[in-house]
Design a binder for this molecule. Structure first.
Ligand SMILES: NC(=O)c1ccc[n+]([C@@H]2O[C@H](COP(=O)([O-])OP(=O)(O)OC[C@H]3O[C@@H](n4cnc5c(N)ncnc54)[C@H](O)[C@@H]3O)[C@@H](O)[C@H]2O)c1
Length: 448
């Protein structure tokens, strides 16, 4: 199959590269000149584990290339729209201007039967609007519009694309279904279920899935707050709850509130859609409000651990991205927490393995060469994103570098008793804070 992918961001680039790996001929069209030039020069402009080698192999094999215009649409069997749909400033609706601009450009180049596929996350009804935009510009064109929402997670996007739980395709035409079946055929060998639905259902499946997952996170965050008051441990509670097969263990990790490129904007957009249609969406409304409050409350929680005031204190922050294994900073909790710490008088010294360049564009933050440099002489350490390299820090060294042996672990990465044994005051989420042990560090640990 010949595929054009419009937008070479996290979704377009991963999907385009993986489709080419399936054996299809893929041209990714990217209008950001810096991003496109990087791709054409063999560089990958985003951090996503494994992506670079998939791109390199398929470019070498002649199946994957990059362009700045849509002329390839004329020869394509399917054109995927994978442009951004950020929250619109002011009202929170999904901003569809990039989607409609792409639709207009596609219309100009259509030649022969083509399936136009929205892979971007778009509100219910957008597929019909895309259809109308193209039809108005090209009354003669032979095309169908399908919805094929993407469920990959940044950080494990390649694996998710190769082995998804399901592929959802919404369209009403058998001709379009046939093209989509052919595109995803390599996945059927892995027995991936492909779910054909109406276009509106497919559009809603994506929002409903994200809102459900966001609700799960928000739920366990509230349970964590209760745990702290009653002397329970949210890790134990989440495990006990998650072992119930009807619930499942995923997305039950208490933390500083969800962020990222999808959940915040998608919950908001679902809420707006419901409001537009006069339907109550009180659960989603609460999820959005509770999560926003939580991110802001985290700075107060940190200040409390420092004794109530951050004036003149130096805080070492580990992790800035919204989750590990990505450089994506969109709506990361750090964007709420770091400025709040600074506003309370703290000096913040931060380290993130991949996100510092993006972070510096979005907020004032002092960045360091590595985790240990960030904590050198700091009055306490805050773990904000659970990158693997922070899990195995040398805690003796950490203790020696920090002026006060204080760790605030907003991801529950460390074991409270072990931190106590190392002599740290240790504050985490949904677990009873532990004060440093009076006794000395055990022999085995001291020998590290
Ligand atoms: N990032 C994720 O994890 C994820 C997961 C599932 C779904 N989605 C959805 O996929 C969509 C894309 O998300 P993303 O994170 O890849 O966004 P992104 O901002 O990383 O990438 C979008 C790219 O499209 C390019 N673009 C915009 N208009 C264009 C045009 N007319 N022609 C060519 N290029 C154009 C932009 O320059 C940008 O590089 C969004 O709707 C998002 O909600 C994202």
């Amino acid at each position: 199959m010949r595929i054009v992918m419009i937008g070479a961001g996290y979704v377009g680039l991963v999907s385009g590269a993986c489709f080419s790996e399936f054996g299809h001929e893929v041209i990714c069209v990217e209008k950001d000149p810096a991003r496109r030039r990087a791709l054409q020069a063999g560089l990958v402009p985003i951090f996503e584990p494994g992506l670079e080698s998939v791109i390199a192999a398929n470019v070498r094999a002649g199946r994957l290339s990059f362009a700045d215009d849509l002329s390839a649409v004329a020869r394509a069997d399917a054109v995927f729209i994978a442009v951004g749909t950020p929250a619109r400033r002011g009202d929170g609706h999904a901003d569809l201007s990039y989607v409609f601009a792409a639709a207009k450009e596609i219309a100009r180049h259509l030649d022969g039967y083509t399936v136009v596929v929205t892979k971007s996350t778009v509100p219910v009804g957008t597929g019909s609007q895309v259809h109308d935009v193209i039809r108005a510009a090209r009354p003669d064109a032979d095309f169908d519009v399908a919805s094929n929402p993407e469920f990959l997670r940044e950080g494990s996007a390649i694996e998710d694309f190769r082995r998804p739980d399901r592929v959802v395709v919404g369209c009403d035409s058998e001709r379009a279904r046939e093209v989509m079946r052919e595109i995803y055929r390599p996945l059927f060998i892995n027995e991936t279920p492909i779910l054909f639905t109406g276009r509106q259902s497919a559009e809603l499946i994506k929002y409903a899935s994200n809102a459900f997952l966001a609700a799960k996170i928000t739920f366990i965050n509230e349970v964590a707050d209760l745990c702290e008051k009653v002397g329970a441990d949210v890790q134990e509670v989440a495990r006990g709850v998650g072992l119930d097969k009807r619930i499942g263990p995923k997305f039950l990790h208490a933390g500083p509130g969800f962020g990222g490129s999808c959940f915040p904007k998608d919950t908001l957009a679902l809420l707006k859609s419901a409001q537009d249609h006069g339907v109550g969406a009180r659960i989603v409304e609460s999820v959005v409000a509770v999560n926003d409050e939580r991110k802001l409350a985290m700075a107060g929680r940190i200040a409390a651990a420092f004794g109530g005031s951050l004036q003149g204190k130096t805080v070492a922050v580990l992790g800035l991205t919204f989750k590990p294994n990505t450089d994506d900073m969109r709506d990361a909790p750090s964007l709420a927490i770091v400025p709040a710490l600074r506003a309370m008088g703290a000096r913040v010294r931060a380290f993130d393995p991949e996100g510092m360049e993006q972070a510096r564009k979005l907020m004032a933050v002092e960045t360091c060469a590595d985790a240990y440099q960030a904590m050198d002489g700091a009055d306490g350490l805050v773990l904000l994103t659970e990158w693997n390299e922070f899990r195995a820090l040398n805690m003796v060294r950490v203790g020696n570098l920090l002026r006060r042996k204080l760790i605030i672990d907003l991801r529950n990465v460390y074991a409270p008793e072990q931190m106590r044994a190392y002599g740290f005051d240790y504050v985490s989420i949904g677990r009873i804070p532990v004060a440093a042990a009076a006794k000395s560090v055990p022999q085995a640990i001291a020998a590290e």
